[in-house]
Write a protein that binds this ligand. Structure first.
Ligand code: ADP
Ligand code: C5P
Ligand code: MG
Length: 249
């Protein structure tokens, strides 16, 4: 384990799981020693889109229909920020207010731990049991380094659900959400910074997965129900094994 990862894992009270990975590779030679979760058993759908596009809203609905475990990278970071004795609270708070991307080691470790906990706890339900599981990883990967590391070392993603709309729509939604969310980044100054990071840092991730034929783009300007109809149809196709290229719906 790289020294930085080791340090972060220790600080977050996270165990090293390399032994576990090596043992798994011996049992199943087809599983690369580097990946934590077997992608033939674990379905990972990344959910992307600009701030306020409606990722969390749509994930909440997809969970009900398809029995996904919904993991929002932003929520996991905020929980870590507020965890007592977290060494990273201040760092995370600064990155979030500035709309910057938190160093990937922290976010990936939080996601990995949450996935492991879900696989241990949830053993019944469609797509679950005997090491199987299905995850909506919301707001991740926001930067190329996160995308490459997760696919290579955690579990290979199957699909990117990409919610698109205009900055004006996103701004209005975020300002409205800011009236009650209590989030320190739902204000005009932070929102502008988040839009900039989205364009400069996250769009290359979308381009990367579009080239791999893994992106389903969904216009998120319409009502929650109308957007959901499209999102649900895409996921149905995914589970039916009928998605083989990037699509716009
Ligand atoms: P994200 O997770 O992408 O930042 P959210 O799901 O939190 O976005 O949505 C941002 C705000 O916009 C929330 O207050 C939500 O209720 C609202 N919202 C989400 N989708 C729609 C929609 N299709 N139409 C109108 N408002 C929406
Ligand atoms: O997705 P959400 O809007 O909740 O993310 C809030 C903030 O959390 C982002 O603006 C960013 O500062 C941080 N974040 C991150 N890396 C991610 C997801 C979120 O640094 N993959
Ligand atoms: Mg969200």
């Amino acid at each position: 384990m790289a020294p930085l990862m080791e340090k972060i894992a220790e600080a977050l009270h996270l165990k090293s799981h390399h032994k576990e990975k090596e043992a798994k590779a011996e049992e199943h030679p087809a599983v690369t020693a580097k990946q934590v979760f077997d992608s033939s058993k674990v379905t990972v759908v990344f959910v992307l889109g600009g701030p306020g596009a409606g990722k969390g809203t749509q994930c909440d609905k997809l969970v009900q229909e398809f029995d996904f475990c919904h993991l929002s990278a932003g929520d996991l970071l905020r929980a870590e920020q507020h965890r007592e004795n977290s060494e990273y609270g201040e760092l995370i708070s600064t990155y979030i207010k500035e709309g910057q991307i938190v160093p990937m080691e922290i976010t990936i470790k939080l996601l990995e731990n949450a996935m492991r906990a879900a696989l241990e706890e949830k053993t019944t339900g469609e797509g679950w049991g005997e090491g199987r599981g299905r995850f909506l990883v919301d707001g991740f990967p926001r930067k190329m380094d996160q995308a490459l590391k997760f696919d290579e070392e955690v579990s290979k993603s199957s699909l990117v659900l990409f919610f698109t709309t205009t900055e004006e729509v996103m701004l209005q939604r975020l300002l409205k959400r800011g009236e009650t969310s209590g989030r320190e980044d739902d204000n005009e100054e932070s929102i502008k910074k988040r839009f900039r990071t989205y364009k400069e840092t996250t769009m290359p991730v979308i381009e990367h997965y579009t080239k791999q034929g893994k992106v389903a783009s969904i216009d998120a300007s319409a009502s929650v129900e109308e957007v959901y109809e499209k999102a649900s149809a895409v996921i149905k196709e995914l589970f039916a094994g009928q998605l083989s290229r990037s699509v716009t719906v």
